[in-house]
Design a protein around this ligand. Structure first.
Ligand SMILES: N[C@@H](CCC(=O)N[C@@H](CS)C(=O)NCC(=O)O)C(=O)O
Length: 228
């Protein structure tokens, strides 16, 4: 039996893993879960993934949650020499890749999640100034990371770029990148969007996600107005 990836096309961390699977060309069955309906809360899933998040990987006798951990695991398990640049062995380069992955996990995605959570609960009608400020502040950090290299952790694409690009593909639909203020981030994002796996997986999934969030906010606003 091939491993199973539980995912949603709109989910940024799921898209990051889906891009790694695509690049590695491995046989992983992909099954959809709807996070709006909380399908990940089914008891048989919670036993394997108590975080109740999407994505997670099920190998039958081994389960792994968190996109960043899954990406590293898949690269280490299935990566061939031609994939070595995605997860460099040089200890400083690898440490930089890890730092950028933790940045995505702990900062960038959390600033998107601050919008997602109240939107899914039907509490948000529009993004607050603080939410937008926090996202733009994260863009400024990414611009600074890019002062060293063309990509987030190296001169070439690593899994850090896949991770950050997956979050960015939703974020740009909510808060556009200011090209004048963030020229390096703009260039990086344009470069990522030329990659075949971004064109097929990340761009459409990001649009689906940000359009869905905006539609839910508009729906909440409509229902709040109709109650008055
Ligand atoms: N750090 C996790 C974040 C995963 C995550 O929060 N996924 C969202 C969907 S995009 C989710 O499942 N949210 C449900 C929840 O947090 O309860 C990862 O990288 O996999």
């Amino acid at each position: 039996m091939p491993p199973i990836l539980y995912k949603a096309d709109g989910s940024p961390p799921a898209r990051a893993v889906m891009m790694v699977i695509d690049i590695l060309g491995i046989n992983v069955e992909q099954r959809n879960l709807n996070p709006v309906l909380r399908e990940q809360d089914a008891p048989e899933f919670v036993k394997k993934n108590p975080m109740r998040t999407i994505p997670w990987l099920d190998e039958g006798d081994f389960w792994l949650a968190d996109s960043h951990a899954i990406m590293i695991y898949l690269i280490q398990k299935y990566g061939k020499p031609e994939h070595s640049k995605l997860y460099p062995t040089d200890s400083r380069k690898r440490a930089t890749v890890h730092q950028r992955l933790f940045f995505d996990c702990g900062i960038l995605f959390q600033r998107l999640r601050a919008v997602m959570a109240p939107t899914y609960m039907g509490r948000l009608t529009e993004m607050s100034k603080g939410m937008i400020r926090n996202i733009v502040d994260a863009y400024a950090m990414l611009e600074d990371y890019l002062s060293e290299n063309l990509y987030m952790a190296d001169e070439v694409i690593t899994i850090a770029d896949l991770s950050i690009a997956s979050t960015m593909a939703t974020l740009v639909g909510l808060v556009a990148i200011d090209e004048e203020r963030f020229p390096k981030l703009t260039q990086w994002y344009n470069n990522m969007n030329k990659q075949d796996y971004c064109i097929r997986i990340n761009i459409p999934g990001g649009k689906e996600h940000s359009d869905g969030l905006k539609a839910l906010m508009a729906n909440t606003k409509f229902h709040q107005k109709s109650k008055i």
